[in-house]
Design a protein around this ligand. Structure first.
Ligand code: HAM
Length: 431
């Protein structure tokens, strides 16, 4: 999609794409595996609207983030409201938690979502402007076990989808107590190196100095490598929290890597931040599939209620791209073993009614109802390698009968229309 010459023809918007029929099983598989595992751990599904008030993301995702600065699709409604296509789920779920009174439910309230998000990014491999996220959030617990539970669930979802070689990148960015002092220290260090920073990071030095730690430019990476590390400046509570997270991960035997440069690109994080990265056979990192962390101060921005929270989101297209590349088979779609052929309008309408009987009986049947030639239809049955064909000619239609033809030995039986689903079930069982 990237770099493609765009003509004057109406085309799909840049950075977006059609999810074609052959791709649907992949999305369904990720959704089903995600939902099954998340619901086992008590995460209930919630679907917030795709459009939310712009203010929700400005406040929640954070004014100094790249998402809010450059990437939101915002619009003014005819009524004058300012709305934005969600660039992520987290602020929506914090809003829903407050608005739906979930504060009075037993805590933590754990929620699972799946759906498209929109970011006006520069399109490139693995980076789209509309992409799906599988998102988990848990509101109402400060306990480090919740951080680990979220990481563990994502890890298990990826494993169950067949993506086995994974590494968890981990850091703690402290809380209000310690981050302020650390930022001063960091800015002092970065100012000394300001002339060598990339233009974006020179700007970040004023708006969001922490982000300089994970700039992808080589020269900034070198500066970040020599910077003071937040982990050495955590307050006692944050230090103990992180220590527990590491202990739990050790107990579970999950592979992690402490990464002092991992700060994540969203303003709301406190304490634990993580990403789950896929590796190839040679141990080279091939993409960040999941990102998340704790955000104990986000809900407070909307309500003054002190509700700690933790969550994460997986990028569904990145997961699917690995599933496809490694030929990790998705839910195999069973081809129908029965073909229904018909002749004449009366037979066509009888066939349509019969299809409903088969659907209810759980028998997969293919048909080409728009075709008139019987031989063309039987050719389709051959292509499908159907074990049985059902034939309704004009005469059968008028007598309310159906011919069942065994495609292997050519034997035919004629049965009443209302008996055909039962009869067919028996024959398919005998095979
Ligand atoms: P994020 O790191 O911005 O976090 O996105 C999560 C995942 O979405 C990434 O790890 C990546 O797999 C995928 N992703 C991000 N941008 C793109 C893109 N342009 N194209 C394709 N995939 C992409 C969040 O969104 C946070 N809301 C996660 C979170 C939930 N933190 C706490 N709770």
């Amino acid at each position: 999609m990237t770099g493609k010459q765009r003509s004057n023809k109406i085309q799909v918007p840049q950075g977006m794409f059609d999810i074609l029929p052959e791709d649907q099983p992949f999305y369904q598989k990720v959704y089903e595996v995600g939902k099954k595992i998340a619901s086992f751990y008590g995460f209930k599904e919630i679907t917030p609207p795709i459009l939310e008030s712009t203010e929700l993301f400005e406040k929640g995702t954070g004014e100094a983030t790249e998402i809010v600065e450059k990437q939101m699709y915002s619009l003014k409604t005819k009524g004058g409201d300012s709305l934005t296509l969600r660039p992520e789920f987290t602020p929506s779920l914090a809003r829903a938690y407050l608005e739906q009174g979930m504060i009075s439910l037993p805590q933590p309230v754990k929620m699972f979502s799946f759906g498209p998000v929109f970011r006006h990014e520069k399109p490139q491999a693995g980076r789209y402007r509309q992409f799906y996220q599988l998102n988990l959030e848990a509101f109402g617990s400060r306990h480090p076990i919740v951080d680990v539970e979220i990481i563990y669930i994502f890890y298990n979802i990826l494993q169950s989808l067949g993506i086995k070689k994974l590494i968890i990148e981990l850091n703690s960015i402290g809380d209000k107590e310690c981050i302020g002092d650390y930022k001063k220290l960091l800015v002092r260090y970065l100012k000394k190196n300001e002339s060598r920073l990339c233009p974006d990071c020179k700007r970040r030095l004023k708006t969001n100095p922490l982000r300089i730690m994970d700039c992808k430019q080589e020269r900034c990476k070198q500066i970040a490598a020599g910077a003071p590390q937040i982990i050495d400046h955590l307050c006692k509570e944050c230090h103990n929290h992180f220590k527990k997270v590491l202990e739990f991960l050790d107990e579970l035997g999950l592979p992690y890597n402490l990464n002092p440069c991992l700060v994540r690109g969203l303003d709301y994080y406190t304490r634990t931040v993580f990403e789950i990265i896929a590796e190839d056979e040679l141990g080279r990192q091939i993409g960040s599939l999941v990102g998340g962390g704790r955000y104990d101060n986000l809900v407070k921005l909307f309500s003054r209620k002190n509700i700690p929270a933790c969550g994460g989101a997986a990028g569904v297209e990145r997961i699917i791209s690995i599933m496809k590349e490694r030929r990790l088979v998705t839910a195999e779609v069973q081809p129908p073993r029965v073909f229904l052929a018909q002749l004449g309008d009366a037979a066509k309408i009888k066939s349509l009614k019969l299809m409903e009987d088969f659907r209810k009986a759980g028998i997969l049947v293919a048909a080409s109802l728009d075709k008139d030639s019987l031989s063309a239809q039987l050719k389709n049955a051959d292509k499908l390698k159907a074990s049985h064909s059902l034939i309704i000619g004009e005469e059968e239609a008028s007598r309310d009968m159906v011919i069942i033809r065994d495609m292997v030995n050519g034997r035919q039986t004629t049965v009443r229309t209302d008996k055909v689903a039962g009869e067919l079930k028996k024959k398919l069982k005998q095979q």
